[in-house]
Design a protein around this ligand. Structure first.
Ligand code: FEO
Length: 166
């Protein structure tokens, strides 16, 4: 079944949203590095790569289904943050917006009886649970650290040790 124009447009919006997320995470990483947190910066850079892979999953899906990929314009990301916690709060808000967008895509696929999109969207539903949980945990850890230099150093090292991306 060829993909509908409505579904294609919605997936193209999602490609742009994932690329915007990648763009935003790069800016967050740059701010963190400048603030002295090179481990957290590495975490954000890895997160940016991961967002690009998310965009590419949708990109390939649209092409495989015979749709036309149209990538939208990106906004300049915020480059100033109030604090390390503020960076991760911004990340969590972004992840929640992405989760809501994935849910809307799922609802659209169901309305259109586009069951070919369901396995892909299932993957993203699960991924978003993980993304939100990970950032929430980092925010909890930051609250516990309360800006203490030893705890912040530990957290920076821990986040810098982040493994591969998907
Ligand atoms: Fe691709 Fe972090 O949402």
């Amino acid at each position: 079944m060829q993909i509908s124009d409505t579904m294609t447009a919605a997936l193209n919006d999602q490609i742009t949203m994932e690329l915007q997320a990648a763009h935003n995470y790069l800016a967050m990483g740059a701010w963190l590095e400048s603030a002295g947190f090179s481990g957290m910066s590495a975490w954000m850079q890895a997160q940016s790569v991961e967002e690009t892979t998310h965009a590419m999953k949708f990109y390939q899906f649209v092409l495989d289904r015979g749709g036309r990929v149209k990538i939208g314009a990106l906004d300049a990301p915020a480059s100033e943050f109030e604090s390390v916690a503020n960076v991760f709060e911004t990340s969590l808000a972004q992840e929640r917006d992405v989760s809501a967008a994935i849910n809307r895509l799922y609802a659209l696929a169901t309305d259109e009886r586009d069951f070919a999109a369901v396995p892909l969207l299932d993957w993203f539903v699960t991924e978003q649970i993980e993304e939100e949980a990970t950032v929430s945990q980092i925010l909890d850890d930051l609250a516990l650290a309360d800006g203490g230099p030893q705890a912040m150093l530990f957290l920076d090292r821990e986040l810098g040790a982040r493994g591969g991306t998907e």
